[in-house]
Design a protein around this ligand. Structure first.
Ligand SMILES: *Cc1c(COP(=O)(O)O)cnc(C)c1O
Length: 399
């Protein structure tokens, strides 16, 4: 019997659950884009946006999803024929590399598989071998949303430094900003790419490129800079429209302002990170108990390398799809598909799912989703270990 009527929970890794307050803030008449409240509000958002990435450097905003921010980052730093090194730990690093390749940049991919983080020693070795410094930039994702691996950004920075290599260090933080601790300046990142629809709890449609002085210098030589993607006027506008290279995304901005208020001022970034960490451990506790007897397995074995925003799960075909369908139809919970693990059409594709636990989520939502998964495992007769919900509750109860 469907028990799905009621408030649904979209437990996919983005778009994340949007707070009602964010939606309500967007529900208003069109504001003046030439002067007044909106103009002042946007200026006031810059410090919060920078604090979210822990940077004192510049940020450019785009009316675009993450793919747009990928393109913006390449456009402002690279020239046709430059070479970039992509560190691949799932689907999103190669995705960024493909954007660069289509722009005329030469792309070398170092693949670390789907179940492990970047091996910094191999990066140091590769960069040391590049004695002519042909590699212009190193591209990596902090959290790969497909595999749910979390890469050790400071270790990769240390590898670049150990090789004495001048490459720009560019990090995709789209799935991790405000979910996993990130420290752009402290970790020596030159360019950070982020979006609004994951940890920042705002409908898809805005993205951000943060850049430091070294990256700003690279822009002076980059021949892929175009008028629209140019980050310079956006980061230092003389006139309001330059923030967005045209009309501002008026309603998105009101939503984002409210989301930043909630995250950065009411809850506080550290508390939000701690909430994500605790809720991730709650999810893992249940998955580990289920996996003790049966096919369920967390894709990334070592908790130290797991994202706090999303967990990718292997359960074997057809259980992944069967469980997702059952949860959506019967319990009002939508789990994420397995992305980049197998091609759609391949029977193996049905053996994966992901749980998004990013953004505006709390203990009762996570415990509710886990309870619904337990019910699905029983209903579908999928073998699983006992005590998962007790284990999850125990993590929450530990305070
Ligand atoms: C979601 C995501 C993207 C892509 O963002 P879109 O808004 O879908 O273009 C890129 N990188 C990572 C790590 C992501 O999680």
């Amino acid at each position: 019997m469907p028990l799905s009527h009621g408030r649904p929970y979209l437990a996919i890794p983005g778009p994340s659950v949007i707070p009602d307050r964010v939606l309500q803030a967007m529900h208003r008449p069109a504001p003046n884009i030439y002067e007044g409240a909106l103009v002042e509000m946007v200026e006031g958002m810059m410090p919060d946006l920078k604090a979210a990435a822990r940077t004192a450097h510049d940020v450019a905003m785009y009316i675009a999803n993450g793919h747009g921010a990928w393109e913006a980052a390449i456009s402002n730093t690279c020239s046709r024929g430059d070479k970039v090194l992509v560190l691949a730990t799932g689907r999103f690093g190669p995705g960024w590399g493909e954007v660069a390749r289509r722009m005329g940049v030469e792309v070398e991919v170092m693949d670390f598989g789907k179940r492990a983080p970047v091996d910094a020693a191999r990066v140091a070795e590769r960069l040391s071998a590049d004695s002519g410094h042909e590699i212009h930039a190193v591209l990596v994702v902090h959290v790969d949303t497909a595999t749910a691996v979390r890469n050790d950004i400071p270790a990769i920075r240390a590898a670049i430094d150990a090789a004495g290599h001048p490459a720009l260090f560019m990090v995709d933080c789209i799935a991790s900003l405000a979910c996993d601790a990130y420290d752009m300046d402290g970790w020596g990142v030159d360019v950070t790419v982020a979006g609004c629809q994951k940890g920042l709890m705002t409908p898809p449609g805005m993205s951000f490129v943060y850049f430091n002085g070294k990256a700003a210098e690279a822009r002076q030589k980059a021949d892929l800079v175009s008028q629209y993607w140019d980050w310079a006027p956006r980061a230092d506008p003389q006139v309001f429209y330059q923030y967005f290279g045209g009309t501002a995304p008026t309603h998105h901005l009101y939503g984002l302002r409210t989301a930043l208020d909630m995250l950065m001022h009411e809850e506080g970034l550290d508390a939000a990170l701690a909430r994500h960490r605790r809720l991730a451990r709650t999810v893992w506790a249940a998955l580990e108990a289920w996996g003790a007897d049966g096919p369920m397995e967390i894709n990334i074995a070592d908790p130290a390398h797991r994202s706090h925003a999303v967990t990718a799960v292997r359960i074997g075909p057809p259980h992944g799809t069967a469980l997702r369908d059952w949860l959506a139809q019967t319990a009002g919970v939508t789990l994420g598909i397995g992305l980049g693990m197998a091609e759609p059409g391949d029977p193996a594709w049905h053996g994966f799912f992901r749980i998004g636990h990013m953004g505006h989520v709390n203990a009762h939502m996570i415990l509710g989703a886990l309870g619904a998964i337990e019910a699905g495992l029983v209903a579908l007769d999928i073998p699983h270990g006992k005590g998962a919900l007790e284990a999850a509750a125990g993590v929450v109860a530990a305070g």
